[in-house]
Write a protein that binds this ligand. Structure first.
Ligand code: CP3
Length: 341
């Protein structure tokens, strides 16, 4: 299927798109009343994610309603632990929670390497339905969590400010940590390959908890596993977004990926210098800028675009859009990027 809008793919490959493409991390769900209406028709997030027709519907909503240049499949990074044998629940207003966690070698024995097609067939089905419905209008982004971020949830059992249990394990049980990280990595490679076979045009790896590791620990327990994933996926462009990993930008430029995501704490000119000109940069407006009024959002967006001018860029926020942002301000962000000359 030929893409009618391939700006994202061109930008990722450094092929001079006619204008800068724009999409938002966490654009599916969260901010749209149309999403909440679908969400209320089922028992909760997990049922929605596991019902391929509905997952496809909410994946396409931001393309229709906001005018973004890409869709991202509606799912969650935590489907990987579940496929490995560690199920999660999504607790209303609190976030993910794992009834059991990984603390010992015997816990690890109960897990398996997930097979992308069989264990995550509902995501694969949702991708196929989405691709058909999109009919080439925009590219579809597939995604997975980075092994370290997935490890953090599997060991901690929930979100946390410090993830101190997960970080402790890296010091007290380094061998066990590496074994679990390798199982997550192998599962993630299988999963991303299955997403690509089903039609994903680009994949993004979210290392949301990169920033809580020391540079040294990051180099031992996160980057080598992201690097394995980048090496294993060769058929579509890859984006690596490591939130808070300002200290790893130079190292990240060596990854076999086309695009590096920047969060809003990372200076644009300084990041370009560290990463070099052979990669596309994605980002990085502060998501809180969208709390401003129309003029303020326009100005903040234009200021960001100006700093990326003339270099390989995919416009986005520096992290996921916040749930209480007014969709009208998201539209202004998108329109401002599209009009930028
Ligand atoms: C850390 C992380 C998670 N999930 C994800 C990350 C990495 C990105 C990041 O750093 O924000 C990634 C994710 N989660 C979701 C998507 C869908 C696609 C998209 O719109 O980008 C994506 C790409 C849906 C979701 N994932 C979740 C929801 C809300 C569930 C609901 O509808 O109640 C959605 C739409 C739940 C979720 N899932 C997770 C948390 C902490 C929570 C609860 C709080 C929150 O909403 O962010 C784990």
């Amino acid at each position: 299927m030929q893409l009618k809008n391939d700006l994202l793919i061109k930008a990722a490959k450094g092929e001079n798109p006619e204008r800068t493409p724009v999409w938002l991390m966490r654009q599916a769900g969260r901010i749209l009343p149309e999403y909440r209406a679908v969400r209320e028709s089922v028992s909760g997030f997990i049922e929605l994610a596991q019902t391929p027709e509905l997952a496809a519907e909410v994946t396409i909503q931001p393309v229709d309603l906001l005018g973004v240049d890409a869709a991202i499949i509606f799912s969650d990074i935590l489907v990987i632990p579940e496929a490995m044998g560690l199920p999660y629940e999504m607790v209303e207003k609190r976030g993910p929670w794992f009834p059991s966690t990984v603390n010992s070698a015997s816990d690890l024995k109960k897990l398996r390497v997930a097979d992308g097609v069989d264990d995550l067939s509902y995501v694969i089905e949702a991708i196929k339905i989405t691709k058909k419905a999109l009919n080439g209008r925009v590219p579809l982004i597939g995604f997975a969590g980075a092994p370290w971020t997935i490890f953090a949830y599997m060991v901690e059992g929930s979100g946390s400010k410090t993830f101190s249990k997960a970080r402790a394990m890296l010091y007290t049980e380094p061998e066990l940590s590496h074994k679990l990280l390798q199982m997550i990595t192998d599962s993630t490679i299988n999963y991303l390959k299955a997403q690509i076979d089903a039609g994903a045009n680009l994949v993004q790896i979210f290392d949301s908890w990169a920033g809580i590791l020391s540079p040294e620990q990051y180099g031992i327990f996160s980057l080598p596993y992201i690097s394995q994933i980048c090496d294993a996926i060769t058929s579509v462009p890859k984006t690596v977004f490591a939130k808070g990993a300002f200290f790893a930008r130079e190292e990240m430029s060596k990854l076999k990926c086309e695009t590096i995501g920047l969060d809003w704490n990372m200076g644009i000119a300084e990041s370009r210098k560290m990463i070099g000109s052979d990669k596309t940069l994605q980002g990085n407006l502060d998501p809180a800028a969208l709390y401003g009024n129309e003029k303020q959002v326009e100005k903040a967006t234009n200021d960001m675009m100006e700093q990326f001018r003339g270099s390989r860029h995919i416009a986005n926020l520096g992290h996921g859009v916040y749930p209480d942002i007014n969709p009208e301000m998201v539209k202004i962000f998108i329109e401002t990027v599209k009009k930028f000359k």
